[in-house]
Unconditional design. Structure first.
Length: 306
């Protein structure tokens, strides 16, 4: 090999190695990351999500089910490991099993995992007994990028906070919460919904209290999704096109076969979200006393400011 070839090799080889390291260490770029909380035994719910709304998502939307291993349930652990290897969409959390255990800590763990493994614009925290119109969500979010929280608030005196079944954060808000966890008044034992209900009063962000698109327990928008004895023959064409009217449903009854629903996006090209804040929707009830559900959060009343 000539001198010039050796010289070129010594010049370009380090640069190529640096580029290779950067490529291997870079995180995949997505538009939305969806974190789905799921108990180990809820295989039937996870499969229902996979068959229906998760199959509607575009390549710009990624998801993970977050669950725990049960040391006492040997057979369940074997089945869960097999499911994880088959679908590659399950992440295991280092927490004791139980829905009410360390809810705030679970949220921070899931959010940290997502931020460490992906780059994304929005982060949706939800459950496994839901129906999400992911194409519609992606379309609606295309007009926004920064300083946004989207949910549905409980309008209760001194207890106005978002329901934890649908909590959507723009990436900058999520990153702020995760990176500043040691400086914020935060209780890892209570839900992130309650923590954020308090913290959001001090953040300069847009809060969208969606009363018309989120079908959840603060006021159900449909009946057939939440009742036993589901009968497909009684549904109208409008019911099957749930996503034309709504965005999300929680506490979908286990007898509902989500596979029959389809997302037929028919939003007009000039469609825009009409954002109302909790101050608009809850009025004087938009206040919170943090210590009502937490011994670590302050005993103060944070009132609505118009």
């Amino acid at each position: 090999m000539s001198y010039s070839c050796w010289r070129a090799l010594f010049i370009w080889l380090p640069l190529l190695l640096v580029l290779l390291v950067l490529l291997l260490s870079s995180r995949p770029r997505k538009f939305i990351f969806i974190a789905i909380g799921s108990a180990p035994e809820n295989r039937y719910r996870r499969d229902a999500c996979r068959r229906s709304w998760l199959s509607w998502r575009s390549s710009n939307v990624v998801y993970r089910f977050f669950t725990e291993r049960n040391p006492a349930g040997r057979e369940q652990t074997v089945l869960l490991n097999l499911e994880s290897q088959t679908f590659r969409d399950i992440e295991f959390q280092p927490f004791p099993q139980g829905r009410q255990v360390l809810q705030g800590a679970r949220f921070l763990y899931q959010a940290s995992w997502a931020l460490n493994h992906y780059e994304f614009d929005f982060y949706l925290k939800t459950d496994d007994d839901v129906l999400v119109c992911v194409q519609k969500l992606e379309r609606l979010l295309s007009e926004r990028r920064k300083k946004l929280f989207w949910g549905k608030y409980w309008c209760k005196q001194d207890r106005s906070y978002p329901d934890e079944s649908f909590m959507l954060f723009s990436a900058d808000v999520l990153r702020f919460l995760v990176q500043n966890r040691d400086f914020l008044l935060f209780d890892e034992e209570v839900s992130m919904a309650w923590n954020f209900g308090f913290l959001s009063r001090f953040l300069n962000i847009t809060i969208f209290d969606d009363r018309n698109g989120i079908d959840s327990q603060q006021g159900y928008l449909t009946e057939f999704l939440h009742q036993p004895g589901f009968n497909r023959t009684k549904l109208s064409a409008a019911d099957l096109c749930f996503c034309n009217r709504y965005l999300f449903a929680h506490h979908v009854h286990e007898t509902v076969d989500l596979g029959i629903f389809k997302e037929n996006l028919s939003l007009p090209s000039n469609y825009r979200m009409t954002i109302q804040s909790p101050v608009d929707t809850c009025g004087t009830k938009y206040s919170i006393i943090p210590c009502r559900k937490s011994r670590k959060l302050p005993q103060v009343q944070v009132r609505a400011i118009r």
